[in-house]
Design a protein around this ligand. Structure first.
Ligand SMILES: *Cc1c(COP(=O)(O)O)cnc(C)c1O
Length: 412
């Protein structure tokens, strides 16, 4: 059985150990929630200060040109590209994931207009905002578009038929940590005439993703989770070169215009990925995304995946050996190919337990119904953190030291 000393030994020989120093983590906290809000890169504080005092404070509006604010969405998109198998000039970081999904869906539905296909297929277990955006768009179009939902990953392909315009899936499920086979599903759905949009919110920076190898049609995702971009940092939209000419989105603001400062009264989309933009980007927040991406540039997704699986395997092993006496059940798939970078456990008092863990410095989170979620972020999570987290959970369970009437916060 694995001991705490074994975990310390693994930390000592961990090839990614040095990257933890790139982050500012509070003393005494075991942070297992990087899947929801990534930790702060140390560089972000300095970058924010420079941005506010020099670029904004001193150089004022000149900074749109001199500090590269104007080109930030695509320049940072190019830095993100290698993490998801995209080419340069195919990603912009802008807007929210929800809004980017709306743009991608609208563009795909329009690309399918001539085919007469009007259905969007997704999973009931998808992150709700994805479903809300699809439902909202379908209803608003008022042309008979509809969202069709399936209940299990195995049912997805059966639902893709001659009426399907778009298959819209989240690669790694936010609640269970289940990972789809992106390449297989993409190929199969496309062979039935559908376009395929992937949401990478829980994948980018967490598991290897190769959008081009999979032949995906479009993708969206977040930067504030595993990519450590900061609270509310903008999301991103990937449109591969082959679809850019056909990509038309209804949020055709001036930033997607061929010549924004011509102040033309008529809209004409710019060539290339900037046509996925809408309006002025949140420079303060967007600029900090670079600090997270720079840490990824010091390693690669193969090394990150190897450690991610080692951490989540260790967690599962320790829970199953040390906590076997308690009513915990593993929600996340055991098979590596079907696992993201989180492990979820169901317990009758999951919310109370998560609150008690947070009280002891182990930060995970809670998702309905009855699920404790633990994210493993190889850039800064140590093997000994995993040991200590399970040890503290053991103590809480053993002493029943949790309040089953714990106050439910707005954000769980
Ligand atoms: C976190 C997450 C989002 C968040 O969307 P926002 O618009 O950035 O709030 C969307 N989709 C999935 C799958 C997510 O996990």
């Amino acid at each position: 059985m694995t001991t705490r000393q074994d975990c310390l030994d693994r930390d000592a020989s961990d090839p990614l150990a040095a990257l933890r120093h790139a982050f500012d983590l509070p003393e005494g906290v075991i942070y297992l929630d990087g899947n929801s809000l990534g930790a702060r890169p140390k560089a972000a504080a300095q970058r924010a200060a420079q941005l506010v005092s020099e670029e904004w404070g001193r150089d004022l509006i000149k900074s749109w040109n001199t500090a590269g604010w104007y080109t930030l969405p695509a320049r940072l998109g190019d830095k993100l590209a290698p993490l998801v198998g995209a080419a340069p000039g195919e990603i912009v970081i802008t807007d929210t994931t929800s809004v980017n999904l709306f743009k991608a869906l609208a563009a795909c539905l329009q690309m399918q207009a001539a085919s007469g296909r009007k259905r969007i297929v997704s999973e009931r277990a998808n992150f709700p905002t994805d479903l809300y955006m699809a439902e909202g768009l379908a209803g608003w179009l008022g042309q008979g578009h509809e969202l069709v939902l399936v209940d299990t990953p195995e049912q997805v392909l059966d639902a893709v038929d001659a009426d399907t315009a778009v298959l819209m899936l989240t690669h790694v499920n936010y609640r269970t940590g289940y990972q789809h086979d992106m390449a297989a599903l993409t190929r199969a759905a496309q062979s039935r005439g559908a376009l395929v949009i992937w949401d990478l919110a829980h994948s980018a920076g967490a598991v290897p993703v190769d959008l081009h190898a999979a032949g995906a049609d479009m993708a969206v995702g977040c930067t504030y989770k595993y990519l450590n971009g900061g609270p509310g940092a903008p999301g991103y939209l990937w449109v591969p070169q082959r679809h850019q000419a056909a990509f038309r989105q209804p949020l055709s603001g001036w930033w997607s215009h061929a010549n924004p400062f011509a102040m033309d009264s008529r809209f004409a989309p710019v060539d290339g990925i900037r046509r996925a933009l809408c309006g002025t980007v949140p420079v303060l927040s967007l600029a900090l995304v670079e600090c997270g991406l720079d840490v990824f540039a010091r390693t690669d997704m193969t090394a990150i995946r190897a450690k991610s699986l080692a951490l989540s395997d260790l967690f599962i092993e320790l829970v199953e050996t040390r906590l076997a006496a308690y009513p915990l059940s593993l929600v996340t798939p055991r098979a590596h190919a079907q696992r993201g970078s989180q492990v979820c456990l169901a317990h009758p008092h999951a919310y109370a337990l998560i609150q008690a863990l947070i009280g002891r410095g182990v930060i995970g989170d809670y998702r309905e119904p009855g699920i404790m979620r633990f994210g493993f972020t190889p850039l800064y999570t140590r093997y000994s953190d995993v040991w200590d987290a399970v040890d503290i959970l053991h103590t809480l369970l053993d002493q029943q030291d949790y309040d089953i009437h714990a106050h439910r916060h707005a954000v769980t």
